[in-house]
Design a protein around this ligand. Structure first.
Ligand code: UDP
Ligand code: MG
Length: 145
């Protein structure tokens, strides 16, 4: 799965009516959408997803933010997807993100930063499985093959 990554359009992206603009940006960069849905995370689901950050000072605020409205997880495909997608979204803090990146264009601050992207192939596989069942992925892959 080294050609796949997980994106999540976060609650601020949905609140600001930016779903269409952000998805256009992603598609124009050559990523193919393999699966997509809208979900409202429970606190337990958000905590599980961000477990790696559980001891960080921003963890509780991050969970409040991620459960504040619906999210849109998306499975994306492109050669070298993880690295290419991290480049496209830019640094975690939009103030430090490069010009033209999704976070630079649309994010308000280091917490409300519009979008998630997996940070390694190993995590991409885990994160895709966190949101999408095997059945959903097999059906969608069938459509795209
Ligand atoms: N975050 C935050 N404060 C920080 C660092 C991160 O609120 O100082 C939030 C932000 O929404 C970020 C998420 O926690 O996207 C996960 O942090 P990570 O360091 O994994 O950043 P990312 O991989 O999303 O760039
Ligand atoms: Mg991360």
């Amino acid at each position: 799965m080294s050609n796949k990554t997980l994106a999540i359009l976060k609650p601020d992206c949905i609140r600001k009516n930016l779903i269409g603009k952000v998805i256009s940006h992603i598609q124009e960069a050559g990523f193919k959408i393999l699966a997509m849905k809208m979900v409202k995370l429970t606190p337990d689901a958000a905590k599980g997803f961000y477990e790696v950050h559980k001891d960080r000072p921003f963890f509780n605020d991050l969970i409040t933010y991620m459960t504040s409205g619906p999210c849109v997880p998306i499975v994306l495909e492109k050669d070298n997807a993880v690295e290419e997608f991290r480049k496209l979204i830019g640094a975690t803090d939009p103030a430090k993100a490069e010009e033209g990146t999704i976070r630079k264009l649309y994010a308000d601050n280091i917490q409300e930063n519009i979008i998630h992207g997996s940070d390694s192939n190993e995590n991409a596989i885990k994160e895709i499985a966190y949101f999408f069942s095997r059945k959903e992925l097999i059906e969608i892959n069938g459509w795209n093959n």
